[in-house]
Design a binder for this molecule. Sequence first.
Ligand SMILES: NC(=O)c1ccc[n+]([C@@H]2O[C@H](COP(=O)([O-])OP(=O)(O)OC[C@H]3O[C@@H](n4cnc5c(N)ncnc54)[C@H](O)[C@@H]3O)[C@@H](O)[C@H]2O)c1
Length: 324
Amino acid sequence: MSEPLRIGLVGTGWIGRFHAESIATRVPGATLAAVADPDLDAASSIRAPRSYADPLDLIADPEVEAVAISSPATTHTDLVVAAARAGKHVFCEKPMAVTLADADRAIEAAESAGVALQVGFNRRFDTDFAAMHDAIAAGAIGTPQLLRSLTRDPGISAEVAARVKPWTIFNETLIHDFDTLCWLNPGARVTSVYAQAAALIHPQYADAGYLDTSVVQLRFDNGAFATAEASFQAVYGYDVRGEVFGSEGVLLAGRDPEHAGRLNTELFAHAYTAQFAHFASSVRSGRQPAVTGHDARIALEIALAAAESVRTGAPVELAGAVPA
Ligand SMILES: NC(=O)c1ccc[n+]([C@@H]2O[C@H](COP(=O)([O-])OP(=O)(O)OC[C@H]3O[C@@H](n4cnc5c(N)ncnc54)[C@H](O)[C@@H]3O)[C@@H](O)[C@H]2O)c1
């Protein structure tokens, strides 16, 4: 048995607190070595051997072998690069970057440092979604032709909606669906993206660029069509589902809406733990994790194209990042 991976966690907000608790108590093969947050009170309220206000101090801590990043999206790339340059393995919440240039910077930093880089596409570790993926990869439904993925968050107050950054619905919500759809259509590449979006829940913020409801159509180079849809407010709870229709059958993943979880941390409790267990075992065995920086770049490219499609009202053709 190898020593548990000593993870330092940066960003102790909503999901960071949950990840810190998972790493400290539930993730096999990992232990929580330190936490960091500019809001030191938030960091210090977590039971960890050390708390820092400055993430760079956590990264420099010799007790920290790997860094988990769950700070706001715009801070991710610089933290990935700083951690990789310090020789630390990196787990980064989605989105790994908010521009393709930054995605390339993060990938390059991890590759040249020779450290592991995993991105928080937790749906890949959900038992239901993973079973669907494995069946598709084994040819159980032939060639995928029509794919669907949806995310419905349980709700958003007007106060929070007023602070949501433009394009969050693509960069932080539907980016999960874009990754899921690419993963469920193995080896295929998205060639075009057409998106429509609106503010149906809090229309008073539409003029500020706030969007809470969207449908996105994707076309793949193996001919398949996909639809991703999102809403920030499902009154019945957090609802995530997927469906792949192929030449030989159909597969579904996700709970019936009647049994939707109240929160993502309920619906994906196992997946959140499993993704860190995978990260720890990948580092210890010297393998790159299954969800890479290249996967994050592919999903980001689709998210950026969806935003452009809403801006222009037209489909956007993708230049073609080839999956690594
Ligand atoms: N995979 C998932 O299902 C999932 C779920 C929720 C959030 N997320 C992602 O996790 C990230 C955080 O989301 P959240 O909802 O927890 O946000 P949040 O606002 O609740 O928490 C962010 C925390 O980061 C801290 N912070 C701010 N600047 C920082 C910096 N420069 N360095 C370190 N920490 C800093 C803040 O003080 C705050 O405590 C986002 O990228 C989000 O998309 C992923």
